[in-house]
Design a protein around this ligand. Sequence first.
Ligand code: ATP
Length: 355
Amino acid sequence: MSTVLANVSKKFGDVSALAPIDLAIEEGKFIAILGPSGCGKTTLLRLLAGFEAPTTGEIRMNGQQVAHPARVTPPEKRNIGMVFQSFALWPHLKVKEQIQFPLKHHRFTPAHLKKRAKERVEEMLEIVGLQEYGERMPNELSGGQKQRVAIARALAPQPALLLMDEPLSSLDAELRMDLRQEIQTIHRLVKTSIVYVTHDQAEALAMADEIVVMRAGRIEQVGTPEQIYTQPATPFVATFVGKANLIKGSWYGDQFKPFGDEAVIWQSSTISPQIRKQGYFPVRPEQFALDKTGSGITGIVRNVMFQGKEFHYSVELNGELITVHTDQLQRYSPGDEVVVKLNQAVSLEKHVSLV
Ligand code: ATP
């Protein structure tokens, strides 16, 4: 289902949860809404679901207006499915019954379609890999299995749009990785449009076709994972996705002189105007190297953590802490003076070079 939000905002009393936003969600796409706590992700999802009326603007689904400040099409009339962080399974229903339940209220109501509903339950159990678990009760399932049931239940009536609100947040790290892949596979199979809310940038980068980065009720950037990661539009996106260090300095055309050493010049033609305007050059932790001498910005190591494949350093540069991740064998200790350089590998990325 194609969905369009035009000038949609939401206020709760004096609190502005969502500034007026415009957003188009194309049919069949997997969209991640990514942002920190309180940025308006859930409010946006609730507006899409029909639990809230917008304060301004309108939402259209497949060209039909479903929300407007004075008129809201309720969730059950929107052909949408929902999956929540908390699973929200009914404690007294078996797995099969959980999945069959919404079908009774949708298109399989007449008695002669009961058989089709049963087949659909089996199809869904197969899609989420729970063929053997149909007779179990929710309290006999692991967290990951519960979430698979919730996904199967949401998809059983073949919704045109699936809304997922932090569905993996309550699962442990390993299971989250497994379910990421499964959700991607399910999306490829069913091709339903998905809007997936998360505050986890790795999850959004790994799964989505397109990411909507939000901050304080506003959209900061919309783009593919690659665009968001390599071409952040704002300082916030650069730090929130990929944890870039914002190095302060001055821009002269495409050349950047970081404060602290006038002899150092970095070059980039693709760093966004908004980031340049604020006098920043974003550098991700793995794009730095440390040295004892040479051309670079001098700093003091404040902390070091060994992570197995690399060291994570905190280095004080011009009074601010930056993060450096490096697999160099040379180990520096807190208090050591170091020269911070751009990693040679960075110059391989065509948009950044060392001069
Ligand atoms: P989280 O990741 O913590 O769930 P979020 O990005 O989903 O956060 P929202 O739940 O959409 O954020 O909230 C956005 C803002 O609107 C917050 O400042 C929140 O306090 C406020 N807000 C949300 N719902 C209400 C409400 N019913 N009444 C008043 N304020 C609300």
